[in-house]
Design a protein. Structure first.
Length: 276
């Protein structure tokens, strides 16, 4: 077996430090040369039952027509403070039973013909993408006459999904500003105080792409952001419905261990006080 002292000799440690420094220096320009998407933080309302109830309503009304949630049952929504009667009357739109999983009526063959591929299941989409990504995705749609659906997305370029919430949010247009200096472009993206894409261009220039309202929708920007926040909150809950219970149980366990440690330490002192 190789001697550990040889592996951890001063000369080997110095070589490793120099190699690590070289990798960091090499990674710096590479990171700066790629696109930099600056996203907003999603409002976190995981313990807000009213927000989760509104998010479940938004999901059923606007998402479940195309997307399924095969790992989520309707009766699980009782965790949100809803009764089974309220779930039947307000959230089950077809002939599904209270114990059924949340599936879409769209046939996979039709979905592939209309969108090019069946829409993905959204049961754990928040665990895959993250709440911030989903929040900015719903805010990132803009008009694009060159796409097959007439829409594009700043977060998910060339997305196949149309903007199903356009009647609520209105339509946005893409605005692009070019800068000679990358630092000036980054400062402009920060000053935009919202979703912005910093992207290098040929010739050393840098573009900052942001969205501007072209046609207002039925909701104001503040109302639409609240709508999206509730929807993302529900998607985040659906990815792990027991997370709140897990966190609260973990806090109780840590408190118990803290108290147990105190008594164990006191018992140890009493037991060993006469041992020399």
């Amino acid at each position: 077996m190789t001697d550990m002292k040889t592996l951890l000799s001063p000369r080997a440690a110095a070589v490793l430090l120099v190699a690590a420094a070289a990798l960091l220096v090499a990674a710096g320009p590479a990171r700066a040369s790629g696109p930099d998407l600056r996203m907003e933080r999603a409002p976190a309302h995981r313990l807000d039952e009213a927000s989760l109830q509104r998010g479940a309503r938004n999901f059923v009304n606007y998402c479940l027509s195309c997307h399924s949630a095969r790992f989520m049952r309707y009766n699980r929504l009782t965790d949100l403070g809803l009764t089974e009667e309220q779930i039947r009357d307000n959230l089950i739109l077809g002939d599904a039973k209270i114990g059924d999983v949340m599936t879409t009526a769209m046939r996979p063959a039709d979905a592939k013909a209309w969108f090019g591929a069946p829409p993905p299941d959204l049961s754990v989409i928040a665990r895959v993408r993250g709440a911030d990504w989903l929040y900015n995705y719903f805010l990132g749609f803009y008009r694009d006459p060159g796409s097959s659906t007439g829409w594009n997305n700043l977060v998910f370029p060339n997305v196949g999904m149309p903007h199903v919430l356009w009647a609520l949010s209105g339509s946005n247009r893409l605005e692009t500003r070019e800068f000679d200096d990358h630092e000036a472009a980054a400062a402009a993206a920060i000053a935009a105080k919202g979703l912005a894409l910093v992207e290098p261009l040929p010739g050393g220039k840098t573009a900052v792409r942001t969205l501007a309202v072209e046609t207002p929708g039925s909701m104001s920007p503040i109302e639409y952001r609240a709508f999206v926040a509730d929807l993302v909150n529900y998607l985040d809950y659906m990815g792990e419905p027991v997370r709140n219970k897990r966190i609260s149980l973990g806090i109780v366990v840590l408190m118990f261990l803290g108290v147990l440690f105190f008594f164990a330490y006191w018992l140890k002192r009493e037991y060993w006080k006469d041992v020399h």
